[in-house]
Design a protein around this ligand. Structure first.
Ligand SMILES: Nc1ncnc2c1ncn2[C@@H]1O[C@H](COP(=O)(O)OP(=O)(O)OP(=O)(O)O)[C@@H](O)[C@H]1O
Ligand SMILES: [Mg+2]
Length: 474
């Protein structure tokens, strides 16, 4: 696959950037700005370093940024210059200035822009679009899950002028956040992947979550395209909001009224073969990652590729190259005791929708290849008052996937654990670390092991532990 070369033009001229940021220059900016960074661990030569205050204060890293090659740093007026610092752009608030740069970056580009939100599947869909549209033209997309109040403006401000397709992930944990971010992105096309009980603690109901996702429509022009999941119970509500805003709805899913409809699918242990119709045109393609949720997300991607006017036949080949990222379904085979353990690492996040998807994936593995299906499950966070009920509700998916053993940890996962039939019940512990011994003893060669929980439940050490069960390398 050939990816178009990245532009050699500088991202920003220093003069333009200083004026856009409304700043004053202290010292000398040495080079035109080639990129923008907020993290000295990944900063590139010639980057602008933006000192943001998040979990840490970026101002503590300004000097390190210059050491690593920064061309300039965007800092607050009161920052005291340190030994080794280069050209500083002093502003009232670096985040506000980054947002200003973001708006200008959007305004000066002719890119066709797609914004992706939804309770789950944002990054997966964004990655599919990044790969697919990359075959059609110069594509710029959010890094990782950079979808919040700094991730979105950072991604926009990094967008080269000659970008042809832009793909932006937009997330939220509270009402009003998407509205603010999407106005900056000003997309031509919006996608709401799905609406599920995620971040429920901040909302009174799942329909309130749907309303918050509908804020994506506030950034679309009249007649803009909003891509909605026809199979989701909140479709009617979202379609009504789209109608109020005179947007064009493109529906995807399995429902017979879909514009982009899955006609058939062959779900394999490592990939999926899909036949879909896109406004009546039949398309066949392979997705390089296993699981029905990838198939559903791909339908939204197809709808967006078509809506921005790119050629589907050119783009779809890229879907074969997609793979589940670390912590979100990445698979590895561990050689142990003369056989293999299949490890499915879902330790990065968890909510009822992604738990259901991950359990279904485990259940789709061939019995002939894997002796037992083992699920190691930790708490799904931020579910509010219904948390125990939602955890207990996973039982149906455990049974449907015919999981042989469930090991559980976390106070809410206790609700599932207590509901499990004795035949499927493994060990329980209050914390992930206390489950270590049970996991060490309970996983063996021939098992397929899926580990999932919210990031805060700290499932990653258990992933490491299963990896360590592998034979020592000789
Ligand atoms: N359409 C879907 N339906 C159900 N589960 C899904 C769907 N898409 C992805 N998932 C599951 O959700 C997990 C997270 O997927 P992804 O990273 O694409 O979501 P996200 O919306 O970007 O999440 P975040 O809010 O953390 O950025 C994956 O591990 C996958 O198992
Ligand atoms: Mg994401």
């Amino acid at each position: 696959m050939t990816v178009p070369p990245t532009s050699t033009r500088p991202l920003w001229s220093d003069v333009v950037l200083v004026s856009v940021c409304g700043g004053t220059v202290d010292g000398k900016i040495t080079a035109p700005i080639r990129g923008i960074s907020i993290d000295t661990r990944s900063i590139g030569e010639g980057d602008l370093f933006v000192a943001l205050k998040d979990q840490r204060d970026g101002h503590d890293f300004v000097t390190a940024a210059f050491k690593a090659g920064a061309a300039a740093a965007l800092v607050v007026n009161t920052y005291a210059r340190r030994e080794g610092d280069g050209g500083l752009i002093r502003v009232e608030d670096p985040l506000r200035s980054l947002e200003d740069a973001a708006r200008v970056a959007r305004f000066r580009s002719d890119a066709k822009v797609v914004a992706v939100t939804g309770s789950v599947g944002k990054t997966g869909t964004k990655e599919m679009l990044r790969l697919c549209l990359g075959l059609a033209g110069k594509t710029h997309a959010s890094e990782k899950s950079y979808n919040n109040h700094w991730g979105v403006p950072l991604t926009l401000a990094r967008m080269p002028t000659d970008t042809e397709y832009g793909v932006f992930e937009i997330g939220m944990s509270n009402a009003g956040e998407i509205a603010q971010l999407v106005r900056m992105v000003a997309p031509d096309v919006g996608i709401i992947t799905t609406v599920e009980p995620v971040h429920l603690a901040q909302f009174a109901s799942v329909s309130d979550i749907a309303e918050a996702k509908a804020e994506l429509m506030l950034g679309l022009p009249r007649d803009g395209v909003i891509i909605l999941n026809r199979d989701n119970p909140h479709f009617d509500l979202l379609a009504m909001r789209a109608d109020e805003r005179q947007l064009r709805v493109v529906a995807f899913g399995t429902h017979r009224d879909c514009d982009v409809r899955m006609e058939s699918v062959d779900l394999g242990p490592d990939d999926s073969l899909v036949t879909a119709s896109v406004h009546g045109r039949q398309m066949r393609y392979r997705i390089g990652a296993a699981g029905r949720h990838w198939v559903m997300n791909s339908l939204a991607a197809l709808a967006a590729i078509d809506a921005v006017g790119a050629d589907l036949n050119t783009c779809l080949a890229a879907l074969a190259d997609i793979s589940a990222p670390a912590g979100r379904g990445a698979r590895s085979e561990i050689k142990a005791g003369g056989g293999t353990i299949l490890l499915i690492d879902e330790s990065y996040n968890a909510n009822p929708a992604s738990m259901a998807a991950a359990l279904a994936n485990l259940g789709a593995l061939p019995r002939a290849q894997y002796r037992r299906r083992v699920a190691i499950l930790g708490d799904m966070r931020e579910l509010g008052a219904n948390a125990d009920t939602l955890h207990r509700g996973l039982l149906a998916f455990v049974e449907a996937a015919d999981v042989d053993v469930v090991h559980a940890c976390g106070p809410h996962m206790r609700a599932l654990y207590d509901a499990l039939p004795a035949t499927r019940r493994g060990a329980y512990a209050a914390t992930s670390l206390e489950l270590s011994d049970a996991v060490r003893q309970g996983v063996a060669s021939g098992d397929a092991v899926m580990i999932k929980g919210s990031l805060g439940t700290n499932m990653a050490p258990l992933v490491k532990l299963v990896r360590a069960l592998g034979d020592p390398k000789v």
